[in-house]
Write a protein that binds this ligand. Structure first.
Ligand code: SAJ
Length: 422
């Protein structure tokens, strides 16, 4: 049955979710306080980079199934909360947006409405934060007002496909809530939908991202040990991963984005037992400084040196710089006296002075690959070598070909590669 659905927060998660429901014929309203995002939506345009999303939004807006608004619509069948859950300076969760979104729906819901939290949240958020607020509706929770957490688990860059094909977890405050919310997602999800409690659903989502964070922390620790002990960590990972029960992820200049770099902190905040998780966060957060020290070691100091930095978004082929470890590296280099010339074809105006591939290397003492965007695949290293002042190329992603770099007369240096003779 077609529903009226209000998606609260039309950002990286809310907008694709709203568009997918709209494409299945539901009447969807995207509610956001950001006037710019709402205006863009009503013109059928998007202000983020995500494959296929622009076309889909254009179509559903044209069909009249998706509209943007800055006022929460009264009387929708379903309210989906997809607002940010950032962290404070002290690494505790900033739940203001979830709280204000929950308050916003209180005067709008009616008997039979459904409220779903999609935002990644600390364990017990639905029970301890949302339910006391929703009680103010005067409706019987779990009977007249159904409530669930169904965490988003979509990978930026593959959002539409993953929304459709991934399995989904629905954690209701009671069985009735879970069953009804499952029915809603069945209209857009082809993967299996698992039913559980809201707190278990919160924990599942956090542990998925934490699993990845801890694994990457292990890879980064391996990279550091390898440099110390004269080993190439990439060879170790490639061969160790041949074992049927081993899958070590990739090291790099750190972990960024709005999910993996933040979510484990929600567990650290809530549980004194999250010790390994805490240490993994610290390991990953130490990587920008580790890379800076490596660059300083190669150049014999940073003062007055020119560093060409290729790629500053938090991962390849997207425009998102949130929590980007390479942005952090950029600031660290600058603070320590280096002149940093950034080239990022995806980041646009998110960086000041965004140079072209050729311009960034001009006069550089070192070229550093921060993120392996597709645009950096076929770099002409011979031309780059002609315009550089120095000869060093540091690859933090094992992305460039050592042979190509060396053929151009440059020195190829790989993060996590120690030399036996060192
Ligand atoms: N990274 C490494 N080494 C790796 C893999 C990733 O250093 O081997 C780094 C990336 O460079 C990046 C960061 O980790 O800076 C995170 O990137 P990612 O691609 O691993 O994940 P996200 O943050 O883009 O999306 C994750 C996904 N979670 C999982 O795969 C378990 C996605 O499914 C979630 O929906 C998303 O978090 C979210 O919204 O929580």
């Amino acid at each position: 049955m077609k529903k009226s659905i209000c998606v609260i927060g039309i950002g990286y998660v809310g907008l694709p979710t709203a568009a997918m429901f709209a494409s299945k014929g539901h009447k969807v309203t995207g509610y956001d306080l950001n006037q710019k995002a709402v205006d863009a939506l009503n013109k059928g345009e998007i202000i983020i980079e995500e494959p296929g999303l622009g076309e889909l939004v254009k179509q559903v807006v044209k069909d009249g199934n998706l509209v943007g608004t800055t006022e929460c619509p009264v009387g929708s069948d379903v309210y989906i909360i997809a607002v940010p859950t950032p962290i404070n300076e002290d690494k505790t969760a900033d739940m203001r947006y979830v709280e204000s979104a929950t308050r916003a729906v209180v005067p709008c819901v009616r008997k039979g409405s459904i409220v779903i939290l999609e935002s990644t949240s600390p364990p017990r958020t639905v029970v301890d934060l949302m339910l006391p607020i929703l009680k103010e509706t005067g409706l019987e929770l779990g009977e007249e007002l159904l409530v669930a957490h169904s965490p988003e688990r979509i990978l930026p860059g593959r959002v539409l496909e993953e929304l459709r094909t991934n399995s989904r977890i629905v954690g209701g405050i009671n069985e009735k809530s879970s069953i009804e919310v499952k029915k809603i997602y069945e209209s857009i999800v082809e993967g299996e939908i698992f039913i559980t409690t809201s707190t278990t659903a919160e924990m599942c989502k956090l542990m998925e991202n934490t699993f990845r964070d801890v694994n990457i922390a292990l890879a980064n620790e391996l990279a550091k040990m390898s440099e110390e002990l004269g080993v190439n960590c990439w060879d170790v990972i490639r061969m160790a991963n041949q074992h049927p029960r081993v899958n070590i992820l990739q090291p790099g200049p750190g972990v960024g984005g709005h999910c993996i770099a933040l979510d484990p902190w929600f567990l650290v905040e809530k549980s004194k037992n999250a010790k390994l998780i805490h240490q993994a966060r610290l390991n990953n957060d130490s990587m920008p400084e580790f890379v800076m020290n490596k660059i300083s070691g190669i150049l014999g100091g940073l003062k007055g040196k020119t560093v060409a930095l290729y790629g500053v978004t938090y991962k390849p082929n997207i425009d998102d710089v949130r929590e980007s470890p390479i942005m952090h590296l950029m600031h660290l280099l600058g603070d320590n006296g280096a002149d940093v010339r950034v080239c990022d074809p995806h980041a646009g105006e998110k960086v000041e002075n965004n140079y072209s591939i050729a311009e960034a290397a001009k006069g550089a003492d070192i070229v550093v690959l921060g993120v392996n965007h597709d645009e950096f695949k076929d770099i002409n290293f011979a031309r780059m070598a002609e315009s550089m002042s120095g000869k060093a190329v540091l690859d933090t992603r094992n992305f460039w070909s050592r042979a190509d770099v060396e053929r151009a007369g440059l020195d190829y240096i790989l993060l996590g590669e120690g030399k036996e003779e060192d």
